[in-house]
Design a protein around this ligand. Sequence first.
Ligand code: ATP
Ligand code: MG
Ligand code: MG
Length: 311
Amino acid sequence: MMLTVTLNAALDLTYRVPALTPHTTHRVTEVIERPGGKGVNVARVLAALGHEVTVTGFAGGGTGRVLRERLADEPRVTVAFAPVAGATRRTVAVADAATGDTTQLNEPGPTVTPAEWAAFLDTYEALVHRPGTTAVALCGSLPPGVPVGAYALLVRAARAAHVPVLLDTSGEPLRRAVAARPDIIKPNAEELAELTGFHEPVRATRDARRRGAHAVVASLGADGLFALTPDGGWQARPPAPVRGNPTGAGDSAVAGLLSGLAEGLPWPDRLARAVALSAATVAAPAAGEFDRTTYEDLLTRVAVTGRRAAA
Ligand code: ATP
Ligand code: MG
Ligand code: MG
């Protein structure tokens, strides 16, 4: 059983309109409502790969109730959100059918009180100590009210429970949590440059490891993944850039890395899986979903170069 944490979960709403024009009324031709937030997306991909997964974080209000119910209906997903008094945020994506462009509106989410944060920590502690928890992913930004050192605390708790932990966040929460020695971080190029001050992946990943991360997997958009790990350094690339919707590609990369970690796959195989999954997510029209045939085809064609560290 894997665990994903989404402190800033959301109910994602997509409206499709024929053509988006300011100051006019639009006829909505399609509405999609589904649970969202980064760790929730990771969980959905893990479940699609056949893994059992528990989702935690915060859920509250009417939107939180919908979030829990919808997730509970998904096969292989167990829901374990902690309560928050405010309502779970909504995000609204307005998809313009004429251009293919999307306009995104994101609510900030409810403010978490100190008592709610403390109650979440109890829930999380119980989940990481539960027998059978094989890996945990901490994903996304922090909602208002949650302390900036939150992820550092959650990394330490997972490590104390001997559960490997993958972190995908940015800014100051990432900086603090890296010092708590997570097993894997998955920054994109911009997040890694902000953390380290280096833009060049070799120097930047080396610096991030020096700051405390055991393995650093930088995601480089269409250039795939660049990984520096205790076992060696590799780059995994898709056979060609994929055109499509990159929303949620990073979350699919995290799901690939987490499942590979839980299954004990060697690093090159984990990276190949993560690249194939994330590229297949770009290829799928709906954000955060992947096309299985494309995934299986890409898996045979991802190029992994690099080398194992000297023993
Ligand atoms: P997110 O917005 O989901 O957080 P991110 O910015 O963290 O994403 P990216 O580096 O943009 O992450 O993308 C994650 C992975 O998705 C890449 O490492 C790559 O494997 C795959 N990917 C992204 N864009 C493309 C593309 N155009 N073609 C092929 N693969 C892609
Ligand atoms: Mg990106
Ligand atoms: Mg990302």
